[in-house]
Design a protein around this ligand. Structure first.
Ligand SMILES: C[S@@+](CC[C@H](N)C(=O)[O-])C[C@H]1O[C@@H](n2cnc3c(N)ncnc32)[C@H](O)[C@@H]1O
Length: 229
């Protein structure tokens, strides 16, 4: 097992040193998760639910690797990161070497190519803005592969006060209700929602169709148990 990073700030600082994708594709929604969002998600999984340390972890749609790397740095037993884009996976491997994360296996493939069972699936999937239903495909696959699933989705919580409060404190979360649509989808695929937390996310201007310097929005972290078969 790797040395456990205990302080959340240390994890956030390590993840903020990862190199970004050099040529991200809008159609694959290749936004990198902000380091503070990744650290918050990983800390909840590791220390509120005990689903990282010593566990077999899968990062579906790993991109440049922040979630997989964070899991490895927190002490996961074994980590697999998979992404359909070879360039993203190459950069993830560069980032792993930079951070000294040894126990991560990187796979350049579609999420459907992954087999086996994992204790924990972490994912920041395409939200389905470019390709409708992309996030649902990831959810379905995550529930086939994992016992616990931590999945980020575009928030359906539209309370401006919640948004303003979270924008000021990027490392905080607020419990919210699940989207009825996602709740039904998750249950239909054998999952049960344990909690949903809203958090503020900021992505920088990346693509030509972005009109603002940065885009701030709310994302919901779904914590899902795979129901026993
Ligand atoms: C929103 S990005 C998140 C990247 C990374 N997990 C992060 O949080 O920084 C979604 C990722 O899913 C990948 N992806 C999209 N469709 C995929 C598929 N069918 N199979 C595997 N990866 C896919 C994209 O290439 C992209 O890197």
């Amino acid at each position: 097992m790797q040395k456990k990073l205990v302080r959340k700030l240390d994890l956030e600082m390590a993840l903020s040193q990862t190199k970004p994708h050099l040529t991200p594709s809008p159609s694959l929604e290749q936004y990198t998760i902000p380091a503070e969002t990744a650290a918050t998600m990983l800390y909840i999984a590791a220390y509120s639910y005990q689903n990282i340390v010593g566990k077999r972890v899968l990062d579906l749609g790993c991109g440049t690797g922040r979630l997989a790397l964070g899991a490895a740095l927190l002490g996961a037993k074994e980590v697999v990161g998979v992404d359909i884009d070879k360039e993203a996976v190459k950069m993830a491997a560069v980032n792993a070497a930079k951070l000294g994360a040894e126990n991560v296996q990187w796979v350049a493939a579609d999420i459907d190519a992954i087999t086996g069972r994992f204790d924990t699936v972490l994912q920041n999937p395409p939200f389905g803005v470019q390709k409708r239903g992309a996030d649902q495909r990831f959810l379905e696959r995550a529930l086939q592969l994992g016992t616990m699933v931590y999945s980020l989705h575009k928030s359906t919580c539209c309370d401006p006060k919640v948004f303003e409060a979270l924008k000021k404190r990027k490392d905080e979360t607020i419990p919210v209700q699940p989207s009825p649509f996602l709740e039904a989808f998750i249950e239909a695929h054998g999952g049960r929602i344990g909690a949903v937390y809203a958090m503020a996310m900021t992505v920088p201007h990346m693509f030509t169709f972005h009109s603002k310097k940065k885009h701030e929005f709310l994302a919901d972290l779904y914590i899902i148990y795979k129901a026993k078969q």
